[in-house]
Design a protein around this ligand. Structure first.
Ligand code: GCO
Length: 505
């Protein structure tokens, strides 16, 4: 059995050596992962990062922890997850429209319509953000609204929607942060190979240039690609996300071509003369060795989870231990990646950045055979092992291991409701946010230049293959009426924003 890459859970099936998603936990059932039996494993002691043992539990101070001056406290969404109106105003079809339309791909048969109907209710949603006092809002631009077929001229109606949104946010004193690609690739580009095709990187840079020109007033960070790891591993590896491909070579190609597209978009950003800041959003997680002899597998798994993305972006090189047939590695021939990388590519992937966006949901353990191991309690998303110290560890690690790293921003962090049918009494989310924000404040106190935190998510929304069943919002959405009701966590978070400090429990 080989280790398999995933954002937080690394699994394999005996039938196939292909990677299986964190999100496959639900689909495959508990039997594939011996959580109970492995829960008793404890990390090795004293091994250095990467593949380090879990950080010791940290006791937060009994007094409020102040956040740095100018720190931005916001919330995040993404276009396909909230907008709905998937055919309005000339929007083209995306891979998620196609994928969600196929029975069996999304829980409950949910699609991108109406999601949280944000395309029509955006003014009300900005009012809501203003009422909560948020400093910032991170949203994504839907590529198929800007270029309905993935190339060619701008669709003016699509651009207008985001212009109005940016203008209104600025009027309300809310800093817009914009993600250019949050998984909704125009279907015509998928028909030509999607991210497995090199040309998609150039198409992405062209699209990015159009958006930089169209939205010159964006003051918060521009983020090129959201979680290239998830798109590659879950979209092209396990096939649990759009485009639903299970092919490890295409998966490796999707890694490289997204990072290439990122670098080309950074160049387009500089060429546009835009005054803002640009970066990429990477989902990172500490990988801890679990049990006897697990250190080497955990180091390789760390390459798969973290360094395969951090290194080409911040060092201009791919790690040499992510691919191969050893425990913890992506089961692909390293020659596959070598063949994709053309002269100059790594200079492109490592274009200097203004910010690095980190998305942190939890940690994972890996045993000596490269299998995922549960070391910490999970949320109702079974892939999410909750260990707030991992937030601190991740921020410090990027600072220490990557001297060229720019300022850091945390662009996603959150948990789903415990109650499957939705609740506004989300005490566990309050405690999750508190514990993680304390770790962010702790990292800042220790000198890490971390400048922002965006909770995932502002609204309950379309949670990809989980459909509408997993609710990640600070604000409850009744999907039948589209009524918004702030949860306890939204009110608590508003207090943090007002106080500029994280209160003790
Ligand atoms: C992701 C996405 C979000 C998810 C969130 C909860 O990182 O997967 O950015 O769209 O909804 O992470 O799974």
């Amino acid at each position: 059995m080989r280790g398999v890459p995933d954002r937080t859970v690394r699994r394999t099936t005996s039938a196939s050596a292909l990677p299986v998603s964190r999100r496959d936990v639900l689909r495959l059932g508990g039997g594939a992962l011996a959580l109970g039996a492995l829960a008793a494993c404890t990390p090795d002691a004293g091994t250095p990062s990467p593949g380090a043992s879990a950080t010791p539990t940290w006791t937060p101070p009994a007094s409020p922890m102040r956040l740095p001056d100018g720190f931005v406290l916001g919330a995040a969404t993404s276009a396909f997850q909230v907008e709905g109106s998937t055919t309005a105003d000339g929007r083209g079809r995306s891979i998620w429209d196609t994928f969600a339309a196929q029975p069996g791909n999304v829980r409950g048969g949910a699609t991108g319509d109406p999601a949280a109907d944000h395309y029509r209710r955006w003014e009300q949603d900005v009012d809501l953000m203003a009422e909560l006092g948020l400093d910032g809002y991170r949203f994504s631009v839907a590529w198929p609204r800007i270029q309905p077929t993935g190339s060619g001229p701008v669709n003016p109606a699509g651009v207008d929607f985001y212009r109005r949104l940016v203008d209104r946010l600025l009027e309300r004193g809310i800093e817009p942060a914009v993600t250019l690609y949050h998984w909704d690739l125009p279907q015509p580009l998928q028909d030509r190979g999607g991210w497995a095709a090199r040309d998609t990187a150039s198409r992405f840079a062209d699209y990015a240039a159009l958006v930089f020109d169209a939205l010159p007033d964006v003051t918060g960070p521009w983020l090129t690609i959201n979680e290239p790891k998830t798109t590659a591993y879950v979209g092209y590896g396990s096939g649990y996300h759009a485009p639903g491909i299970r092919d490890v070579d295409q998966m490796v190609a999707a890694v490289h071509h997204q990072l290439l597209g990122h670098g080309l978009a950074v160049r387009a950003f500089r060429a546009s003369g835009a005054s803002g800041r640009v970066g990429i959003a990477l989902n990172l997680q500490p990988v801890y060795p679990a049990g006897e002899g697990a250190h080497e597998a955990a180091v390789r798994a760390d390459a798969v989870e973290n360094r395969l993305f951090l290194d080409p972006v911040l060092r201009g090189a791919y790690p040499d231990d992510a691919l191969g047939d050893l425990p913890g590695q992506i089961p692909a021939d390293p020659a596959v990646l070598d063949a994709l990388v053309q002269d100059g590519d790594l200079a492109t992937t490592s274009e200097p950045l203004d910010v690095l966006a980190i998305q942190y949901y939890g940690v994972t353990g890996v045993d000596s055979s490269g299998q995922n191991v549960q070391l910490y309690p999970t949320s109702d998303a079974p892939w999410q092992q909750i260990h707030p110290e991992g937030m601190y560890e991740t921020l410090v690690r990027v600072r220490d291991d990557y001297p060229t790293a720019p300022a850091l921003v945390v662009t996603e962090n959150g948990i789903p409701d415990r109650t499957p049918d939705g609740t506004t009494d989300d005490a566990e989310r309050v405690e999750f946010l508190r514990a993680h924000l304390q770790q962010v404040a702790r990292a800042a106190d220790d000198g890490v230049d971390v400048q922002a935190y965006y909770a995932w998510s502002l609204l309950d929304n379309f949670e990809w293959a989980e459909g509408l069943d997993q609710r990640w919002g600070l604000v409850h959405v009744d999907f039948a009426t589209q009524e918004r009701t702030p949860k306890a966590s939204a009110r608590w978070y508003a207090g943090v924003v007002a106080q500029r400090a994280v209160p003790p429990a």
